[in-house]
Ligand binder design. Sequence first.
Ligand SMILES: CCCCCCCC/C=C\CCCCCCCC(=O)N[C@@H](COP(=O)(O)O)[C@H](O)/C=C/CCCCCCCCCCCCC
Length: 215
Amino acid sequence: MAGSENQTFCLQEVLDGFKLCLSPDKEVYMEHYVSGWRGLIKFLNSLGSVFGFITRDVVSKVQILVGLMNGANSSQYVTVQSMVQYELQNQQVDLTMTGVHPQSGCRTLLRLHRALRWLELFLERLRISTEDGKTSVMCSEAYNESLAQHHPWMVRKLAGMAFLVLPGRPAFFDIMNVGPPEQVVAMLGEAVPLISEVYQITEELYAKHNLLDLP
Ligand SMILES: CCCCCCCC/C=C\CCCCCCCC(=O)N[C@@H](COP(=O)(O)O)[C@H](O)/C=C/CCCCCCCCCCCCC
């Protein structure tokens, strides 16, 4: 993460990342996937230290992926599809137990992929919410429907506590840096289907290769 980058969150940046993610034949470009996540990290940073344990986890996973994308086998990490093919063909993935490859691209991206489902569910709730909607409730409902199933008790408890101090809907909309609420809602209407498509394509790819439960 370069220090000179603009650290202010803007929903448009996330949208752009996920917009550019899909190739014409529906492959998922890792560069843009990671760029969408970099935008989300800025949002997490703006939430402060209570969310630090989440931010650190996302940052470390993005760093692992960037390391692979810039490493000796960089040409294999252009799309999620090429990464899966390369890592499986070259036994670079721990399929049943953590062991030799605890930081494979496939297992690392799977964690972010599951979080993308949370994001989709949360943003859709935010989009259709009323002015007095509670972000903590939206967040925790989306979490319980997605990520929570993959987290142990302690992580679920910590996440639940963090949700309680989330800013309210108006502050959330301000942080998004888009403009008045109607514009935020319109942009969310654009973002949710995009995120959903990237999620579905990745989900089908992982399901096809039996990678959805990587340790
Ligand atoms: C578009 C603007 C508005 C919304 C912006 C939201 C920005 C935040 C985006 C995503 C946040 C969630 C990221 C969660 C990543 C979790 C990855 C994960 O599951 N990691 C666990 C497993 O990893 P390994 O141990 O197997 O390597 C790890 O154990 C978890 C650690 C941290 C706890 C994660 C709690 C997740 C809570 C999800 C809700 C976040 C709420 C953010 C505020 C809106």
